[in-house]
Design a protein around this ligand. Structure first.
Ligand code: PLP
Length: 376
């Protein structure tokens, strides 16, 4: 199915309203006991209670699954709710998980500190060792590609092939790319998880998440972890998400154009040592990037020649359009100073998220901020 078909038509025939209604209801009613009983016996395909199904979420989920080339999608109250539910639904006591180093910090926390309490052990390996490390001891492989600090990518086709050879399932966090810049299903990935709080929602006004998978796994998760944990998206957030999703292609095109222009400007600036974005760090990485991604989005890191945290903090505070905040992928540009954390591997770095502002104005802002490095 084509992009516009999915974003503007799919699932929207039931009502004459142009904007799909918000079903702000917890409960659904029945006119006969027989009808009620049939629904209770098949909650997965029925409207009973909004912890299970709600029409606003259903139409959104249909679109998200189609965009990802998967059969089904499940919506959650945050990206972490989607990730925790996906992971927990795929492991049991005694299982071993193989995970890439550098995945989102709360995902690491889930694997290292929470699942370990229930007898599930996780081995973390660097991105360049993940393919070779896959073997029959692991039942779940978890990757995030690109990573969202230094933007390394991994070969998804190779990972799926090896994992499936040993009977393991693969989950990817595809939040950076969105379905429009990378479709993991095309490379055999089993479960795709997203924070909708980033580009897919896109307006910094909702916290949400989702996963996409095949019908069989959907049924399993829906009838167990989804209904039990109850970390569902609210109808109002689903409606906001639906509204944001329609403009995703337009937003990403503008963001990508601005991002290349800004990277090009920064690459030639005397204060900058290095820029990290998908495919940037080696020829091998560039090959993987071209093989599986259809472009970049607006998130990248820069390393300054002068690593003085005082100067870096002053740079961040001098910027006008780039707000200092954590959750990227909205309409506004952001700067995240890594000086806030102790890890020395990120010395002298900040992460930028490019928003929808005029790119020339963003460059002017960066230019005035960067003067702090060349003043003395
Ligand atoms: N995955 C990535 C790559 C993220 O950056 C984040 C949030 O920052 C998450 C997952 C978690 O999403 P949420 O904040 O919606 O729970």
């Amino acid at each position: 199915m084509k992009e516009s078909e999915i974003l503007f038509l799919l699932g929207e025939n039931s009502y004459p309203s142009i904007s799909f209604p918000i079903f702000q209801t917890s409960n659904f009613k029945f006119s006969s006991v027989k009808e009620f009983k049939l629904a209770i016996d098949d909650e997965e395909n029925s409207l009973i209670y909004s912890r299970g199904n709600n029409p606003t979420l259903t139409v959104l989920a249909e679109k998200l699954a189609a965009l990802d080339g998967k059969q089904k999608a499940l919506l959650f109250s945050s990206g972490m709710a989607a990730i925790s539910t996906a992971v927990i639904s795929l492991v049991k006591e005694g299982d071993k998980v193989l995970c890439m180093e550098g995945v989102y910090s709360w995902t690491q926390h889930l694997l290292k500190n929470i699942l370990s309490r229930f007898g599930v052990e996780t081995h973390f390996v660097p991105y360049y060792n993940i393919v070779e490390s896959i073997n029959e001891h692991y039942s779940l492989i978890y990757v995030e590609s690109p990573l969202t600090r230094t933007f390394e990518v991994v070969d998804l086709e190779e990972i799926s092939r090896r994992a499936h050879d040993v009977g393991a399932v693969v989950i990817i966090d595809n939040t950076y790319s969105t379905p429009l810049r990378q479709r993991p299903a095309d490379f055999g990935i089993d479960v795709v998880v997203y924070s909708a709080s980033k580009y897919t929602g896109g307006h910094s006004d909702l916290v949400g998440g989702y996963l996409t998978c095949d019908e069989k796994l959907y049924s399993r998760i829906f009838n167990h972890e989804y209904l039990t944990f109850g970390g569902i998206m609210s109808p109002l957030d689903a409606w906001l998400f639906l509204r944001g999703l329609r403009t995703l292609p337009v937003r990403l095109d503008r963001i990508e154009q601005s991002t290349w222009k800004i990277i090009n400007f920064l690459q030639h600036h005397p204060a900058i040592e290095k820029i990290y974005y998908p495919g940037s760090i080696s020829d091998e990485q560039n090959k993987i990037y071209h093989k599986q991604m259809r472009g970049i989005t607006g998130l990248f890191s820069i390393q300054f020649k002068r690593k003085d945290p005082g100067l870096i903090n002053a740079f961040c505070e001098k910027l006008r359009f780039f707000r200092m905040a954590v959750s990227w992928g909205g309409y506004e540009s952001l700067v995240l100073p890594y000086t806030m954390w102790k890890e020395t591997e990120w010395d002298g770095m900040v992460r930028l998220s490019i928003g929808l502002e005029n790119s020339d104005e963003l460059i002017q802002d960066l230019e005035q901020g960067l003067k702090i490095f060349t003043l003395e």
